[in-house]
Design a protein around this ligand. Structure first.
Ligand code: NAP
Length: 812
């Protein structure tokens, strides 16, 4: 009786432990030793090395798992390749049945999965049971639907092939679902490598999938260290790499796959802002912070780890937050009544602690509540560091632990500036009771997911992924499908090139005067009136900075014009102009689609008015027939019409997530795009790339065909008469790779499209790793620009946009 009274008076939670017995029985059944899961069978290589999987909450050895080597990776890729032959041909409706069966089977084993996840990773059972595992099943149900619909809704696409998938340890099951479900739904087969700290649930998952009857080889699970991951990445028979993990490893993978023709999607780190305005429900926002940063011990890529509070309520808010922190419960992950479990590994614990020490050294004031931690196990208190400078390393770098830093702001524009003051762009939370303000801020924060008055919302129906150094590609939703698809007309690119080690890529000696093979024949003895096109930057014709010129010869070797030989400075000026046109108020991106479409129609109209002149120019430059040149000009006009049409029809969609409210997927422009055009079709190639980019609100720096630049130079006169604001389209002529090198290294260029050589494509992809720019390269392979699918398919719009999902709860 006195005990009940005591509990009533203190209102303390008692322990509510989840039993580990079923997990232990499963581990025992496997003799606490696991092989690799290849072709629906357990494979233990001869002389295999093992790795100990440890429960981080108590240090207990859970099981030994295999360290795969090259032979095993080859076997898994081989199994996936073999299975691809039939799985890719299996009708979508049949694949849907399999995904549905997997989802059902996952639900049947949900408790086992949740308990094992908590034991292996250290996360609270409340989270693995109520978030990770339900979302795991949800993704398979969601993508079962897309498998069903693929043949009707995605008929211009085919699967990519064998996909290598590498995942981190913070959401082992969820990350696996994000990757495997869309991949196999679209007819791909998979080799998955879980992170070393958390290998066990992927192995249990493999068994559950096999039990559901998935054909052998469709899903293979390889355990191993980072070197096994690297072997998957390097494997010539892998067609796509899907990676989730740190930005540094993402960078390595970008370099490793450069020039290979493998598709690559990268879901990387973050340092997401959590913005609180003075009119927000402060108590609600405090609960939001708890979910944002202490969910999964803060080991969340999109954790709201930078609190940005309006100055006039900051004191009050921090006080409330500290009071709430005093009531947080840290303890046994299997206790249903705890808020935070264990940190995944000692090394991660040390990293977190190191960051807290750095924060203090940087002048921050560190607060940790006076709460008890279990004596044994890797536990860390929820931590708040205030008083840091926005440039402090602790504010800028991802800590990946339960550590929140806080800053203050006065005005909405200051809040946006602080929120965007990061190299990352994964997610953000905005708290305000003023819907206009909240949505305005949401639209201006550069991040793939923005949660309004909520945080850490996920669902199969909504894409997730980053801007900037948080990576590229989306997982989830319809947008997540495109990572696992290739247009039907396109084979896996297998570019062939030999790297010229002696010549530094992009090096260029300014061009000297050219001796035409045929003397000028202009019909009389006077020299012709000179018309040397200049660069086109910021809406003005400007002379090349270096004052060098290169000659353009006709197909017959006759001098037909001269163009500026651009250099680094010209590119920098062009990027500056493009950047200014993008961010100016109202910038190009902020114009409504109707206005952009009108301008594109106007360009088409003015191009058509000079149709004959452009035909003549193409014939003169390329030596092609009049008919062929005419087809190119007509197609260019038509293409402008296509993108005038798309300018107001690709804004995004409403996602049907499980949120009670609205989730809107907005197709935002990427920003400043550098575009190196192909030589095949000097006008059509230029227009086909410029038009989708500007239709969707990007500004561009165009490098026209190096061989045939004159059509593009004639084109700027068309732009000049078509109301295109200065800086939206900038044109720099010269040596393609020399100019591209500066573009790809430029911090203010958000994406690079390159349709030059295979070797150039390699360099572009390789150099892009520096700031994780998006790239789109042609690998020097032929593309029929006249063909509608190849010259104006969905791919172009996809490359011209990035999806931001804004989540707005409604109702109670
Ligand atoms: P990590 O060190 O980058 O490792 C991720 C995965 O890559 C692991 O499986 C790892 O294997 C493997 N790996 C490491 N080096 C490799 C290499 N050179 N080649 C091929 N594979 C390699 O990241 P983590 O510490 O596991 O996870 C934390 C990071 O993931 C954080 O930065 C977090 O923000 C990010 N993350 C991002 C998202 C997102 O959706 N954007 C979601 C979750 C997490 P081993 O474990 O065997 O070393």
């Amino acid at each position: 009786m006195s005990k009940i009274l005591e509990i009533f008076n203190t209102m303390e939670y008692g322990p509510a432990p989840e039993a580990p017995d079923a997990v232990k029985a499963w581990l025992d059944e496997h003799g606490r030793k696991f092989g690799l899961f290849i072709n629906n069978e357990w494979v233990t290589p001869k002389g295999a090395k093992f790795y100990s999987s440890i429960n981080p909450s108590n240090g207990e050895l859970l099981a030994e798992t295999t360290q795969a080597g090259q032979k095993e990776v080859d076997a898994a890729v081989g199994a996936a390749r073999e299975a691809f032959k039939t799985w890719s041909k299996t009708p979508g409706v049949t694949r849907a049945r399999y995904l549905y069966a997997i989802a059902r089977n996952l639900q049947k084993h949900s408790r086992l999965l949740a308990v094992l996840e908590s034991m292996d990773n250290g996360k609270p059972i409340r989270e693995s049971r109520d978030i990770d595992v339900p979302l795991l099943a949800r993704h398979f149900y969601y993508y079962a639907g897309w498998a069903q619909l693929m043949e009707t809704e995605l008929r211009d696409y085919q699967p990519v092939g064998v996909v290598g998938q590498i995942i981190p340890w913070n959401f082992p099951l969820l990350m696996l679902a994000w990757k495997i479900a869309p991949a196999i739904a679209m007819g791909n087969t998979v080799v998955l490598k879980p992170a070393s700290y958390t290998r066990l649930t992927a192995l249990l998952f493999a068994e559950i999938v096999a039990e559901a009857g998935l054909p052998a080889g469709v899903v293979n699970v390889i355990t191993g260290s980072s070197s096994a991951g690297s072997m998957i990445v390097e494997h010539p028979d892998v067609d796509k790499i899907a990676f989730t993990g740190s930005t540094d490893v993402g960078r390595t993978l970008r370099k490793q796959t450069a020039g290979s023709g493998k598709k690559l999607s990268l879901e990387l780190g973050g340092k997401s802002p959590f913005v609180v305005f003075d009119d927000a429900d402060l108590d609600g926002a405090v609960e939001g912070v708890v979910d944002a940063i202490w969910f999964n011990q803060g080991q969340v890529c999109c954790a709201g780890s930078r609190l940005i509070v309006q100055e006039n309520v900051a004191g009050k808010f921090i006080q409330k937050l500290k009071a709430r922190m005093e009531h947080m419960r840290v303890g046994d992950p299997l206790d249903k009544a705890i808020d935070m479990g264990a940190i995944v590994d000692q090394s991660q614990w040390d990293t977190i602690d190191g960051w807290v020490k750095t924060g203090i050294a940087e002048g921050g004031e560190c607060f940790q509540p006076n709460i008890a931690l279990p004596e044994k196990g890797l536990f860390y208190k929820p931590t708040l560091i205030t008083g840091l400078d926005p440039a402090a390393a602790t504010v800028q770098e991802e800590i990946f632990g339960p550590v929140l830093v806080s800053l203050t702001f006065r005005t909405p524009s200051e809040a946006i500036e602080l929120a965007n003051n990061t190299r990352y762009g994964l997610a953000a939370s905005v708290w305000s009771d003023n819907i206009n303000l909240a949505l305005d801020v949401a639209s201006k924060i550069k991040a793939g997911s923005v949660w309004v008055n909520c945080t850490n919302q996920f669902d199969g129906a909504s894409g997730f992924g980053g801007y900037r150094e948080s990576g590229y590609g989306r997982e989830g939703g319809r947008e997540g499908l495109f990572e696992y698809l290739r247009p039907t007309w396109m084979d896996r690119p297998r570019p062939e090139f030999v790297l010229d080690e002696k010549k530094k890529w992009g090096e260029h000696v300014p061009t000297l005067p050219t001796q035409p093979t045929v003397a000028r024949a202009n019909g009389h003895s006077l020299p012709p009136i000179d018309r040397t096109p200049k660069m086109y930057i910021g809406g003005k014709q400007v002379r090349p900075d270096g004052a060098y010129t290169s000659s353009v010869l006709s197909a017959k070797g006759k001098l037909i014009g001269q163009v500026g030989d651009g250099n680094r400075k010209d590119i920098r000026d062009a990027v500056e102009a493009a950047h200014a046109a993008h961010v100016a108020k109202p910038g190009w991106a902020m114009r409504h689609g109707y206005n952009r479409s009108q301008i594109l129609y106007f360009i088409a109209e003015n191009l058509d008015a000079r149709n004959a002149e452009f035909v003549k120019r193409i014939v003169e430059m390329t030596g092609r027939t009049q008919k062929s040149a005419q087809a190119e000009v007509d197609a260019s006009v038509e293409r402008l019409f296509t993108y005038a049409a798309w300018a107001d029809k690709y804004g995004g969609s409403v996602q049907e997530t499980t949120l009670r409210g609205i989730t809107v997927a907005v197709n935002e422009p990427v920003g400043v795009i550098g575009i190196a055009c192909p030589d095949e079709m000097p006008l059509l190639g230029f227009v086909s790339l410029m038009a989708p980019a500007i239709a969707r609100g990007n500004t561009v720096v165009m490098i026209p065909s190096q061989k045939y630049p004159l059509s593009a130079m004639d084109f700027y006169q068309v732009l000049d008469t078509s109301d295109v604001p200065g800086g939206v389209v900038n044109i720099v002529t010269g040596d393609r790779d020399h100019l591209v090198k500066t573009l790809v290294q430029h911090e203010d260029v958000d994406s690079l499209w390159y349709f030059g050589s295979a070797e150039g494509s390699y360099h572009v992809e390789n150099e892009s790793a520096a700031n994780m720019k998006r790239t789109w390269t042609g690998y020097g392979l032929p593309r029929d620009w006249l063909d509608r699918e190849q010259g104006e398919g969905h791919e172009f719009l996809h490359e011209a946009t990035q999806v931001k999902n804004i989540w707005v709860p409604t109702g109670e």
